[in-house]
Design a protein around this ligand. Structure first.
Ligand code: PEP
Ligand code: MN
Length: 339
């Protein structure tokens, strides 16, 4: 059960409420986010919701049987809109495009990518400065200095930054230079990291774990939300299956399912999802049709020279074409939604 508390609930009213809920055999966890105060009740017994709902200090009460609670649509029907400022949103009924290299490599590269994004009216730039690599000998990113340089140039161009945070100690140092913290597929269940991201007031995009279920992704989002931060985005980026012909299996089934289960926006990453440059555009457009609220893909001035993930990275001509087709496909999807 989720009980949303009134802002002006007194301590006395709150303890009376907790006693009442404990009395029916439910264990209570108090959650304070940047937007509201909640009591999360966990238990199995049947109870009369009207009886509890009548207690003083309650703004709203809902029965949510899912393991995740606050990210569930059973509680909050209205979709969550992520407002990044300057008219940039990630939200239901809209199509956010996030593009850029796998890794941030140099000032020259940043400038070229930013120009490309500006030419195509793309407002969100992706790129890693802390790179999780399968091999410790591979390029591991430019680090904080790279992020600062990138931020300066992106800021001038009015472009927002999406970048991966790999560990707790990076959250604070990255904070001034980030618009969306990305939690990578290898960190989806790094609960310490998720807890700490609950304390910041910037958006967090959580990628689905490499072998993670849809439910586990939602549970990870619940960690951040219950830690205090409601600004969450979910990302389907492909899962590991027995199939070896593609890098991952982009599970587009997850998109309508996540949208039905949760009020959070959902973004699709076709680059990591299929891992083969030539097929990224098809899967991006399939992602749009599956109901995604955004597409994130890798683009680089010379993909074959990219320090990481070149095999799945589009060049600028391909990216220009894809951005246009994403918008056209989204417009087409909207006509279907009217039916
Ligand atoms: C990335 O976005 O470059 C990345 C490393 O993604 P993932 O965590 O999905 O593998
Ligand atoms: Mn990559």
């Amino acid at each position: 059960m989720i009980i949303q508390l009134k802002q002006d609930i007194s301590e006395k009213e709150k303890s009376a409420l907790i006693d009442e809920v404990n009395g029916i055999g439910y264990k209570i966890t108090e959650v304070k986010t940047q937007l509201g105060d909640y009591l999360i009740g966990i238990g199995k017994a049947d109870f009369d919701i009207r009886k509890i709902g009548k207690k003083a200090g309650i703004a709203d009460i809902h029965i949510v049987s899912d393991e995740y609670k606050l990210v569930s649509k059973k509680w909050k029907v209205k979709p969550t809109s992520i407002d990044l400022g300057d008219g940039v949103f990630v939200k239901d009924g809209d199509m956010a495009i996030m593009a850029g290299p796998c890794s941030i490599e140099s000032e020259d590269q940043i400038r070229k990518v930013i120009n490309h994004l500006k030419e195509n009216n793309i407002k969100l730039m992706r790129g890693g400065v802390f790179k999780p690599r399968s091999s410790p000998y591979a390029f591991r990113g430019l680090g904080l200095d790279g992020l600062k340089l990138w931020y300066e140039l992106a800021q001038e161009a009015g472009i927002k930054i999406v970048t991966e945070v790999m560990q707790v100690s990076q959250i604070e140092e990255m904070y001034p230079f980030v618009d969306i913290y990305q939690v990578g597929a290898r960190n989806t269940q790094n609960f310490n990291l998720l807890d700490e991201l609950g304390k910041v007031d910037k958006a967090v995009m959580i990628k689905r774990g490499i072998s993670g279920t849809i439910e586990e992704l939602l549970q990870s989002a619940e960690y951040v939300f219950s830690g205090g931060n409601e600004k969450l985005i979910l990302c389907e980026r492909g899962i590991r299956t027995y199939e070896k012909a593609s890098r991952n299996t982009l599970d587009l089934n997850a998109v309508p399912i996540l949208k039905a289960k949760s009020h959070l926006p959902v973004v699709v990453d076709p680059s990591h999802g299929i891992g083969i440059r030539a097929y990224v555009p098809q899967m991006a457009l399939a992602g749009v049709m599956s109901g995604a609220d955004g597409i994130i893909y890798e683009a680089h001035e010379v993909p074959d020279k990219a320090y990481s993930d070149g095999q799945q990275t589009l060049d600028f001509a391909q990216s220009t074409l894809l951005a246009d087709q994403i918008r056209k496909t989204f417009a087409l999807r909207k006509t279907f939604e009217l039916l």
